[in-house]
Design a binder for this molecule. Structure first.
Ligand code: MN
Length: 206
């Protein structure tokens, strides 16, 4: 079955003023949609791949048939990353609670200290990519970033973990409103993090 673009889980203006409606519309309706189309074009060349879930498809990306490996890495990664990204945002944001809040305090010292380190990973990613908070094999929280549409599930990624939070730092994610001011976008983005969803990911990853 072909992969499909799900609608945004909220109206395109729901994340304003942190992320404007026009950016969300282009980001979801053009960029994310193109990853889905290009992924489907790639897997259509290998019917056995069409049976796999998206996660199974991108996890062992280095073992994919060579003629579609890069296309699946970029577009399968793009589809997974954006689907995950939409879900970890919502209007109103909030703060982490419970086991996740305790784990953040234990690992990073405080929520503010965590935000500073995560922000550095996001702002410091050269060119296009993503910053991640994930749970490693040791069940500890870790922060990392990946280039392009790679993610920490992929066996080719420098950092291996189960993602629980991410931010897209491609210019298409912020340029209309923030131009070159990536740090301002990252700072504003904290106000729309859906910590309830991040806590769900954390509970599953442990
Ligand atoms: Mn994007």
């Amino acid at each position: 079955m072909a992969f499909e673009l799900a609608p945004l889980p909220y109206p395109s203006n729901a994340l304003e003023p942190a992320i404007d409606a026009r950016t969300m519309e282009i980001h979801h309706g053009k960029h994310h949609a193109a990853y889905v189309t290009n992924l489907n074009n790639a897997v259509a060349k290998h019917p056995e791949l069409e049976k796999l879930s998206l996660e199974d498809l991108i996890r062992d990306v280095s073992k994919l048939p060579e003629d579609v490996r890069t296309a699946v890495r970029n577009n399968g990664g793009g589809h997974w990353n954006h689907t995950f990204f939409w879900q970890i945002m919502k209007a109103g944001g909030g703060k982490p609670t419970g086991a996740l809040a305790a784990a953040i305090d234990a690992k990073f010292g405080s929520l503010d200290a965590f935000k500073e380190l995560f922000g550095k990973a996001a702002v410091g990613r050269f060119g296009s990519g993503w910053a991640w908070l994930g749970v490693g094999k040791d069940k500890a929280l870790c922060i990392c970033s990946t280039p392009n549409q790679d993610n920490p599930l992929m066996n080719v990624a420098d950092c291996q973990c189960t993602p629980i939070l991410t931010i897209d730092v491609w210019e298409h994610a912020y340029y209309l409103n923030y131009q070159n001011r990536r740090a301002d976008y990252v700072a504003a983005w904290w106000s729309v993090v859906n910590w309830t969803k991040v806590e769900e990911h954390y509970a599953k990853a442990r």
